[in-house]
Design a protein. Structure first.
Length: 139
């Protein structure tokens, strides 16, 4: 997996849930995968070392970067867990079976995509075009 593939779904946003002063450090820690405390300590040190630049950068990030909250996902997840606890054993087994079926379908689709890719590679390697390309590389 490439670095781009692992980061393409993310975007930088201030974290409103773990904010102390605007959520900038929490957003940076989330985006880059850093420890939140270490990020705050580094920013405090940067504030004392280069106060005008650090203060302007912090204020600019607060004003320009939107804040996001994960509370909605947390509330939804909590409600789903509550509903599962209320289910009977039979209903819980049905839900688990459906989840397993969905996971199996996702795995099946992924393997089909890999199989198609492998078929395209095999088709290219066994074609005369591959042999021609190889001959040109050997020149």
């Amino acid at each position: 997996m490439t670095v781009y593939a692992s980061t393409s779904g993310r975007h930088f946003a201030r974290d409103a849930d773990r904010a102390v002063l605007g959520g900038v450090c929490a957003g940076i820690a989330d985006y880059f995968g850093f420890n939140l405390r270490a990020t705050r300590v580094i920013f405090i040190i940067a504030f004392f070392v280069a106060m005008p630049f650090a203060a302007v950068a912090y204020i600019a990030i607060v004003l320009l970067v939107p804040a996001e909250s994960g509370r909605y996902e947390y509330v939804v997840e909590r409600e789903v867990r509550k509903r599962r606890r209320r289910l009977t054993r039979k209903e819980r087994a049905q839900v688990e079976d459906e989840e397993r079926a969905q996971a199996a379908e996702a795995v099946k689709q992924r393997y089909q995509a890999l199989d198609e890719r492998l078929a395209r590679i095999e088709k290219y390697v066994t074609s005369s075009r591959y042999n021609l390309d190889r001959e040109f590389r050997n020149l």
